[in-house]
Design a protein around this ligand. Structure first.
Ligand SMILES: NC(=O)c1ccc[n+]([C@@H]2O[C@H](COP(=O)([O-])OP(=O)(O)OC[C@H]3O[C@@H](n4cnc5c(N)ncnc54)[C@H](O)[C@@H]3O)[C@@H](O)[C@H]2O)c1
Length: 265
């Protein structure tokens, strides 16, 4: 298969962690834009459910386990076709904890899933894309990669994902493979809605953004689909922040916070 063969509307995208949240929303958006969608998730029931709604291919995969990622790569490409696009949205989250209360097992597992798992997926699928001469990878990082937060394992893992993205963009650019990251701010996926309802946030995350609200999952999906598509054909190695202005608003605290909206006429 040549690169030219894969430039049709029926390109295959694999979404790892596509069984819920941002990954699931991205699957729906990309299907609507003509992509054929494969869903991999540690939660095999969720992968099967989303894949069947999208008329795609679903499989169970724990991104942190090298043999599962390699087996998954062989299975998807044999049974569904060559993967052109890949979105890595699988992640492990952690509670807010000071270092002396953060169990090393949580530190290790967070790094294993978020960093090593992202690397394993990039290695397995990016290498295959590079051999074919075409592909586009979008790794999901986080605003936790950009600012200081008391989520030491999660934030460190996401900062490393941004670095990995840049390194692999250099590695595979001449082979026709682009590698980018998207860093969402607090995004209203069902998991976050539950946390909001159960009072697990110290304050509404939307109050800390320039736009005064949280991010919607489809807004992150739009950025992911853009980077995966040929509309971003000269863009590689970047980290596109989709945070409703969390980053810019964070330094306004010493000036009393961002300005409220003016009174409308
Ligand atoms: N929602 C937010 O506020 C937010 C903010 C910043 C970054 N992010 C990032 O966006 C991505 C998606 O997050 P989400 O909020 O949609 O979460 P989510 O929990 O809704 O979805 C994550 C999916 O990944 C799967 N998963 C977890 N561990 C896995 C593993 N080891 N192997 C394979 N699949 C695994 C889960 O089963 C789940 O379906 C993550 O990388 C997350 O760090 C989310």
């Amino acid at each position: 298969m040549t690169a030219a063969d894969m430039t049709g509307a029926d390109r295959i995208v694999l979404i790892i962690g596509g069984g819920s949240g941002i990954g699931e929303t991205t699957g729906h958006l990309m299907r609507a834009r003509g992509w054929r969608v494969a869903i991999a998730d540690r939660d095999s029931a969720a992968a099967t459910r989303v894949a069947s709604v999208l008329g795609g291919y679903g499989l169970a995969m724990d991104i942190a386990v090298e043999a599962e990622v390699e087996r998954g790569a062989v299975a998807i490409e044999e049974k569904f076709g060559p993967v052109y696009g890949m979105v890595v949205a699988a992640a492990m989250f952690q509670d807010v904890l000071p270092p002396d209360k953060l169990p090393m097992a949580v530190w290790d597992r967070t790094l294993q899933v978020n960093l090593t798992g992202t690397y394993l997926a990039n290695r397995a699928f990016g290498t295959r894309m590079a051999r074919r001469g075409a592909g586009s990878i979008v790794n999901i990082a986080s605003i936790a990669a950009l600012g200081s937060m008391p989520v030491h394992a999660y934030g460190t893992s996401k900062a490393a994902v941004v670095s990995l993205t840049r390194n692999l963009a250099g590695e595979w650019g001449r082979a026709g493979v682009r590698v980018n990251a998207v860093s969402p701010g607090s995004t209203l996926v069902p998991r976050v809605e539950e946390r909001l309802k159960s009072g697990r946030y110290a304050a509404d995350p939307g109050t800390f953004t320039a736009l005064g609200r949280m991010v919607r999952p489809n807004e992150v999906a739009e950025a992911i689909e853009f980077l995966a598509s040929d509309r971003a054909s000269a863009i590689t190695g970047i980290n596109l922040v989709v945070d409703a202005g969390w980053h810019v608003a964070s330094t306004w605290a010493q000036h009393g916070g961002v300005r409220p909206a003016p009174k409308r006429d």
